[in-house]
Design a protein around this ligand. Structure first.
Ligand code: GLV
Length: 331
């Protein structure tokens, strides 16, 4: 009998077809939203689940789904997984790194540009029929080329953004990270390590690319915003919850900073109502990795992990490899 897998969301039909060659698949091509209880009910009797970053896998779910062996996330971020509980329960967690790095870095830069150069605001103005004549300061924004780009969280995506800034736009790149990069990587990215305080004080444009965890919750709140330049822009393509959205809305309203570009939100898809009222913020619905080739590559990687682990005991991108090793010893 083939292993059974559940797809928590609609996915590319070709990936569904591929999975159906190896598994008994319970799909969700209608893309229904399930409560946590419905999700647990549907997971019964399934050995694998294809998740997309929004489905919570925690100790309660694991206790209620004893057949589950692997959760394959079609996302690089995995803050929807309680990794410790998964490891304790012997359930493998996998994510989808690398395949989205350059696409996400492109988007981070696009959002920086749109924010600094006030593109969304200007477009709304034009569409509203308000453009009647040229004016010397019409939607005059912040300079991007030659300015100082700050990056908080310097993993693969942060490094991609650093290179775009340094090589494409002649920016001085500074970064802060839990651990400093080795010298060769710093040179490759043309990036200089600074303290978080220096980063906040110095950056003209600050891009957040760090993973969400208890430690990074509200890493940017009112005290941090107060340390930034009044002319600065802030871009969050990491995760909601890293920025205190209420504090950010207040900072944008009071001109503590000039503008923000946000692709992720606390409690998304809900957006803090104050942000929706502000002109100096560009808002996008968590689409940083959204090109069709990249999303397909992410889905295929999640599928490879399910096939590899459930048919041969090996996943390509495990997050708790110790589970994989244990299963291989048991086989
Ligand atoms: C998207 O947010 C991802 O983590 O892949």
């Amino acid at each position: 009998m083939n292993p059974r897998i559940l797809l928590a969301r609609a996915i590319f039909p070709e990936v569904l077809d591929r999975l159906a060659q190896h598994f008994d698949v319970t799909s969700n091509q209608c893309d229904e939203s399930w409560t946590q209880l419905e999700f647990i009910e549907r997971l019964q009797g399934h050995q694998g689940v294809f998740t997309t970053g929004g489905e919570r896998i925690d100790a309660a779910l694991l206790a209620a789904c004893p057949d589950l062996k692997i959760c394959a996330n079609m996302a690089v971020g995995y803050n929807n997984f309680d990794l410790e509980a998964m490891t304790t329960a012997g359930v493998l967690a996998t994510n989808a790194p690398e395949v989205l790095t350059e696409t996400t870095a492109d988007f981070g830069f696009a959002l920086l540009m749109a924010t600094a150069r006030r593109m969304a605001q200007a477009e709304h103005f034009l569409r509203a029929g308000l453009w009647t004549r040229w004016r010397y300061d019409l939607f005059a924004g912040a300079e991007v080329h030659g300015s100082t780009l700050g990056i908080l969280g310097m993993g693969r995506i942060g490094q991609g953004i650093a290179k775009r800034g340094a090589l494409g736009f002649g920016m001085q790149v500074i970064y802060h990270n839990r651990s400093r990069l080795d010298v060769a990587t710093e040179l490759d990215c043309r990036a200089r390590y600074v303290s978080k305080q220096q980063l906040l004080n110095t950056a003209d444009h600050l891009v957040l690319v760090l993973p969400y965890s208890a430690a990074s919750h509200h890493a940017i709140g009112a005290p941090e915003l107060a340390q930034m330049k009044p002319s600065a822009t802030l871009v969050n393509i990491a995760r909601g919850g890293i920025v205190d959205d209420a504090a950010l809305a207040a900072a944008l309203r009071n001109k503590t900073i000039a503008a923000a570009g946000l692709d992720v939100f606390e409690g998304e898809p809900a957006v803090h109502p104050d942000l929706l009222l502000l002109p100096n913020v560009v808002l996008t619905p968590h689409i940083a990795s959204a090109t069709l080739p990249t999303r397909l590559a992410m889905a295929n990687l999640a599928a490879d992990n399910l096939v590899g682990f459930l048919t041969q005991g090996k996943a390509l991108t495990p997050l708790n490899a110790e589970v994989m090793v244990k299963q291989q010893v048991l086989c």
